[in-house]
Design a protein around this ligand. Structure first.
Ligand code: MN
Length: 499
């Protein structure tokens, strides 16, 4: 067994530490159920299967998300791996937890790898589709992070695929949501598999730098603590931060490999109580050390598009060394690490209100960010987000995403795929269950249209429940043809009769 495997006791201890009056009884029951469901299963790493949901739940608890999300994390692979159903979970853990597990399970089935381009497009849409409950996205990240951590157990082709997906799809989404900690982990975890040599090179550079500068930065941290002690700033934290490897790799490329241009290999992070203290700290640093010109950045007054706030400055220290500082409040710090997840931390009780308003704000933010880019594809995305509110996103069994208006039915879906599929459709399977053609589809549904090639054409009654203009006009066109055809035949018949 690998040493990084978490035990249930560790999870429970973390939960007790993080949450006020946690429902440990449900947590225990969830673990017992998951443990039994995955009993005897072994992952390719050689660890028992239960180690995976435990790690996912542990991560979600570290993020401080609502305990229901942690419990759902324990249960997230249960429906797939055993005979336990969503209904069982509903009965034993309630609607909310069962709903989360259902959403995560669905997401897994909706997605199949079919080339990076289309896959990326699908994934972005899917994440938007899941925006109605952003907690599902956090669960997906926690799941993916653990799969990356244990990727060494997988065969090579799978390593490559999972790493690429993580780097090209998951990491940018984490970035957009302002979850820089998770973005960084996703990037470095993938980088190690996609460019192992370059990864090693970056690792060596950092190792050398840490050996060279580590002790020195420790002294700088001490000096900062001394500077702040005795001022009106009573609560502060100062620590060193080491640049992530993929981030270093990108920056080095930007500077043609010139390491001397990169000042934030090791930065010092100062966390204080409020905004006033941030500026005060900046002033104290500049009194003590001379700032490098052009390197002062006020992301408090002017936050980055994803909401990031901090003051940055770079200074010349005593022996001509250059050190970068990042100054922020605890709230800004949590936001920088956890992004929109930060709004979800410790907010028991008021979950719904927080969820909806925050998420909508976040979408607005993403829109703003995209509008500032002139890229045409990005603009297309903006348009999709604009109409997002009354749209649903459903999937083909192959994982393609079809977006439809709210209230759409399998008929709309069929016509969205192809006119012929619409004209010849006779029934639909929604999430593997046969449904009537007038069933209202929900975001995340997987829809399969059953066609009959002998079918003559659409039924005019379909107009009663077809929602899209496209489907309606195709049905009308086609029925008009049929009537015309029939009419023509009758006329022909009369002609014949006359003769
Ligand atoms: Mn999983």
């Amino acid at each position: 067994m690998s040493e990084s495997v978490r035990t249930y006791d560790e999870l429970e201890r973390l939960v007790q530490k993080t949450y006020k009056n946690p429902d440990l009884e449900s947590l225990r029951r969830a673990f017992a159920l998951a443990d039994k469901a995955h009993e005897g299963g072994v992952r390719l790493t050689g660890d028992p299967v239960i180690s995976h949901p435990l790690a996912v739940a542990y991560r979600l608890a570290q993020m401080g998300l609502h305990l229901n999300v942690v419990i759902a994390g324990l249960l997230h692979d249960v429906v797939e791996d055993s005979s336990v159903t969503i209904d069982d979970l509903k009965n034993q853990f309630g609607e909310d937890i069962a709903g989360l597990v259902e959403a995560v399970t669905k997401l897994k089935h909706g997605i199949k790898y079919r080339g990076t381009e289309r896959y990326a497009e699908n994934m972005r849409k899917m994440f938007l589709a899941m925006a109605s409950d952003v907690r599902v996205v956090f669960m997906k990240f926690a799941d993916r992070l653990h799969n990356l951590e244990t990727l060494y157990g997988q065969p090579k082709y799978k390593q490559e695929r999972i790493a690429r997906e993580s780097l090209e799809i998951y990491a940018p989404i984490a970035g957009r949501l302002g979850m820089s900690e998770i973005k960084g982990e996703l990037e470095d975890g993938s980088f190690a598999y996609l460019q192992p040599k370059e990864y090693e090179r970056m690792k060596n550079i950092m190792d050398i730098k840490i050996r060279e500068k580590g002790a020195y930065v420790s002294r700088i941290i001490d000096s900062v603590e001394k500077l702040l002690t005795g001022t009106s700033i009573t609560e502060f934290q100062v620590h060193g931060r080491i640049k992530r490897l993929f981030s270093l790799h990108k920056k080095l490329n930007k500077y043609q490999g010139d390491l001397s241009k990169i000042y934030d290999l090791i930065a010092v992070r100062i966390i204080v109580g409020d905004v006033e203290e941030c500026y005060m700290t900046l002033g104290l640093l500049h009194q003590h050390w001379r700032p490098v010109p052009g390197r002062i950045k006020d992301y408090i007054a002017q936050p980055k598009p994803n909401g990031y706030q901090s003051l940055h400055t770079t200074v010349f220290t005593e022996n001509g060394e250059i050190v970068e500082f990042q100054i922020r409040t605890l709230e800004m710090h949590e936001l920088a690490e956890y992004g929109i997840a930060a709004h979800w931390r410790y907010k028991e009780g008021s979950r719904k209100a927080v969820k909806n308003t925050r998420w909508m704000e976040e979408l607005a933010q993403i829109q703003k960010e995209l509008q500032s880019k002139k890229d045409f594809m990005e603009q297309l995305e903006v348009m999709k987000i604009d109409v997002f509110r009354d749209r649903i996103f459903v999937f083909t069994p192959q994982g393609d995403v079809i977006d439809l208006p709210e209230g759409a039915t399998p008929i709309d879906f069929a016509y969205a795929i192809h006119t012929e599929v619409g004209n010849k459709c006779t029934a639909a399977r929604v999430n593997e269950v046969m449904r009537n053609l007038d069933t209202t589809l929900q975001s995340g549904d997987i829809v399969e249209v059953i066609t009959d090639k002998n079918r003559r054409g659409p039924n005019p009654d379909w107009l009663k429940f077809a929602k899209t203009r496209h489907a309606r006009s195709k049905i009308k066109d086609s029925t008009r043809h049929t009537v015309k055809g029939w009419f023509a035949e009758v006329l022909k018949g009369r002609e014949k009769a006359k003769k």
